[in-house]
Design a binder for this molecule. Structure first.
Ligand SMILES: [Zn+2]
Ligand SMILES: [Zn+2]
Length: 780
């Protein structure tokens, strides 16, 4: 074929999130529209290769359109163009099938994407092939991370491989002008996964439509287990006190907030308050659980989030959930994730039944394998954005971009609410939410999550393994094994130093940028072998100094003091009162605050004053717990952070009272400032009968926030620094975050909040990888 004189060939390489989101059909349409010939191809390293021939002017226009008109989920990192002489070898424009390229390059796979409006229209259209089909999806929506078994992203490397396309689906799949063109997970009632409704004994209910029957059963009050895309939920009507409590008993979760789902914003408005940030987050394609204030009087069951003034809610992200609202009598369904310990990542019908026998009345299930379990993500709206509590479905495996490349690091995280991470070139890839790694099963889940990432990224070796400093964590032992396997250094990272570094990563700061970080949480192992958790650190990814900390307090009974906050209260007040005084003050209160009453109270006093089993901690969480005990808000922790979270809800009912004068003296000890926190707790004790509890709780929060902010400002001043970050689980506390931010910004400093990295321990793997990279040379 001859070429016209003004024709040229362009070889274009587009790198970024460009696979699995309808990018190639978009390119096809743009090229054919301009009369260009050639091809487009997914390569295995998160790039798309385009070769076009035609008029140079048209090609330039085409390249511009890639940037301007790209599909809404595409993220383009770079477009490289190489010009060549036209060859005349192409007759048309084609989408070519993937070459199995194995170059290591940091492949980017999209996260699961909520069902799009066009697909919902199909589901609602009785003339459509997809009418009422729960797994309807297209090239821009549907599951991704949970179904991909390998790269490049093609149907044969997804769990849809087990479902060959029917004739009609195949036509759509192969028609470049169809919105299901090359959509890897498409299917229909003829060729796709089938749903069945089971009784707990495994027998199938003989019903025409398992969804219509499920809704009927839900309306009658049944608990229905629902197998979704990345895991299993337990569903029950959200207004039924008795059934919600029954579910609590079955799940052995007495107080932990249950997430709920509503079909639309209008329904949510009936029971919760949605501001513009919350609305944006609820509607986003990531569809996280968004924690928002309850509308009072609260229309739903008070047992959804006992003692709290918020509710965690999400909108349906797949047709599976949409169908559960057809004819439902409630504005919301409890939709709590039910992945019991020991449940393997690959969830199949048989394992499902075995594990759920005792949890639900019915099982609504389907015959598609869940390859990667991925729980719902959880976020809190604050200011104009979200703080991520649990980063999982809809986020994983989207990377955290940093400024510099460097050695590859494998991080195993810490203990609670854990994730693992791979730092490869400029990007940190976090696994999906793993949970507390305190069992062999959870450790196995972490291993699977990391090896899946490793496989997707084609990373075969690492330069270092990073883990926590705590010698007894399962993850620390796992890290040690991995460092032997790869024969690379093991770098143990102090927990709060990891939090500091996580702030650096989250703000794209270089490894050597010094900041001051307020790192407040429940517990982290300190280099002095005590438990840290109320730290103001100054440093960068290489090093840190402990500029300030909360005065260490006795934890009578060790871990029991975290479980029963009254113990912590006594530990803290023992700094101010003698044994006799404490007995006089609290003997009566002990009866209802301790499981074994006065007998236990006497043991605690003995532990404190004879120094038996009383480790010390500078934890902020324990201080908030003790205030929760003092103000009668919480006597027992049944889930992580419970007393402190309830205290915040309690404080939200408080108002400013000029008569409440609180202060936390700060004293220099060695080179560090110590915040004398027992003063604050004692002042609250003394004002307890004079003022309302919520007013005192609010004032205590504000005083703590103010003192932390001012101390951090002091550390910044003396080190000539301008940026102050806030990290750790306590950063989810809105009263504290608002107070700290206000003071820091009023003084002209830059306040660094977390953005894409969880503030809690789910973000420590990110910090560990930065610290490891920074210290690699030193260690080896
Ligand atoms: Zn769609
Ligand atoms: Zn089909």
């Amino acid at each position: 074929m001859t070429t016209l004189p003004n024709t040229q060939q362009a070889e274009i390489r587009v790198v970024g999130v460009v696979q699995g989101i309808g990018f190639r059909p978009f390119i096809y349409a743009q090229a054919t529209h301009r009369g260009l010939v050639g091809f487009v191809l997914n390569t295995g390293n998160s790039a798309v290769l385009i070769v076009v021939e035609g008029e140079k002017k048209k090609i330039i226009e085409f390249i511009e359109s890639i940037e301007i008109d790209k599909p809404y989920l595409a993220v383009i990192d770079s477009i490289q163009t190489f010009w060549h002489t036209a060859t005349g070898e192409f007759k048309e424009f084609q989408i070519r099938i993937s070459k199995n390229e194995q170059k290591a390059g940091g492949s980017v796979i999209p996260a699961d994407i909520a069902v799009c409006n066009d697909c919902i229209k199909d589901m609602n259209n009785s003339q459509s092939r997809h009418y009422q089909y729960p797994m309807t999806c297209c090239a821009i929506c549907g599951p991704r991370y949970t179904t991909i078994t390998d790269t490049p992203y093609d149907r044969e490397r997804t769990t849809m491989n087990e479902f060959p396309l029917c004739e009609a689906c195949d036509r759509e799949y192969n028609n470049p002008l169809d919105r299901r063109y090359n959509a890897q997970t498409i299917c229909c009632p003829i060729c796709g996964p089938q749903f069945t409704l089971l009784r707990p004994d495994g027998t199938v209910l003989d019903v025409k439509d398992p969804f219509i029957e499920s809704v009927k059963l839900l309306n009658e009050g049944a608990i229905v287990a629902v197998k979704g895309l990345g895991g299993i939920h337990l569903a029950v009507r959200a207004t039924l006190d008795e059934q919600v409590q029954r579910l609590r008993k079955l799940r052995k979760k007495p107080n932990k907030p249950f997430a709920i789902m509503s079909k639309d914003l209008e329904s949510i408005h009936k029971y919760a308050i949605i501001d513009s940030t919350a609305e944006r987050l609820l509607l986003s394609w990531r569809r996280p659980i968004v924690v928002i204030p309850q509308r009072i009087p609260f229309l739903l069951s008070k047992f959804l989030s006992p003692g709290l003034d918020t509710v965690g809610v999400m909108l349906p992200y797949s047709g599976i959930y949409l169908r559960l609202f057809e004819g439902l009598q409630d504005p919301a369904l409890v939709m709590t994730s039910a992945n019991p310990t020991g449940l393997p990542t690959i969830i199949q019908a048989s394992t499902f039944q075995e594990h759920f026998m005792d949890m639900a009345d019915y099982f609504l299930t389907h015959n598609r394998t869940i390859f990667q379990r991925c729980d719902d993500s959880v976020v809190i709206p604050i200011f104009d954005r979200e703080l991520i509590i649990r980063r999982s479905r809809g986020y994983t495996p989207e990377p955290i971009d940093t400024v510099n490349g460097g050695p590859s690091i494998l991080s195993v995280g810490a203990l609670e609410k854990n994730t693992g991470a791979i730092y490869h070139k400029r990007r940190i890839f976090l696994t999906q939410h793993i949970g507390d790694v305190d069992t062999v099963e959870a450790l196995q889940f972490l291993q699977e999550g990391l090896s899946h990432l490793q496989n997707l990224l084609r990373v075969t070796t690492f330069d270092a393994v990073a883990c926590d400093l705590h010698p007894d964590f399962l993850t620390t032992q796992y890290g040690a094994e991995l460092s032997k396997t790869y024969q690379v250094p093991l770098i143990q990272v102090q927990h709060h130093h990891a939090h500091l570094a996580a702030i650096l990563a989250d703000h794209k700061l270089p490894l050597d940028e010094e900041i001051v970080a307020i790192c407040c949480d429940g517990a982290g192992y300190g280099p002095d072998k005590t438990v840290w958790g109320g730290e103001i650190l100054t440093g960068n990814a290489h090093n840190y100094t402990r500029s300030a900390y909360l005065e260490p307090q006795s934890m009578p009974g060790g871990d029991l003091a975290a479980k029963f906050p009254f113990r912590m209260l006594l530990g803290i007040l023992s700094k101010k009162y003698s044994e006799t005084e404490l007995r006089r003050l609290f003997e009566i209160g002990a009866k209802k605050s301790l499981p074994r009453g006065v007998a236990e109270f006497e043991i605690i006093l003995a532990q404190i004053y004879r120094d038996i089993n009383t480790p010390v901690t500078s934890s902020t969480g324990r201080v908030l717990d003790s205030l929760a005990a003092l103000l009668g808000v919480s006597t027992q922790r049944t889930y992580e952070g419970e007393p402190a979270i309830r205290l915040e809800a309690f404080a939200n009912n408080g108002t400013y009272q000029p008569g409440i004068q609180l202060d936390i003296p700060v004293e220099l000890k060695g080179k560090a400032q110590v915040l004398k926190i027992s003063n604050l707790v004692d002042q609250i004790l003394q004002l307890r009968d004079e003022f309302r509890g919520p007013d005192l709780a609010l004032a205590a929060h504000q005083t703590l926030g103010k003192t932390l902010a001012q101390t951090a400002i002091g550390a910044s001043k003396s080190n000539g620094l301008t940026k102050i970050g806030f990290s750790g689980g306590v950063a989810y506390n809105k009263i504290l975050t608002r107070t700290i931010r206000r003071i820091i910004e009023a003084e002209g400093y830059e306040f660094l909040m977390h953005r894409n990295v969880p503030a809690g321990d789910a973000g420590t793997a990110v910090g560990q990888s930065l610290v490891a990279r920074a210290n690699l040379r030193k260690a080896s």
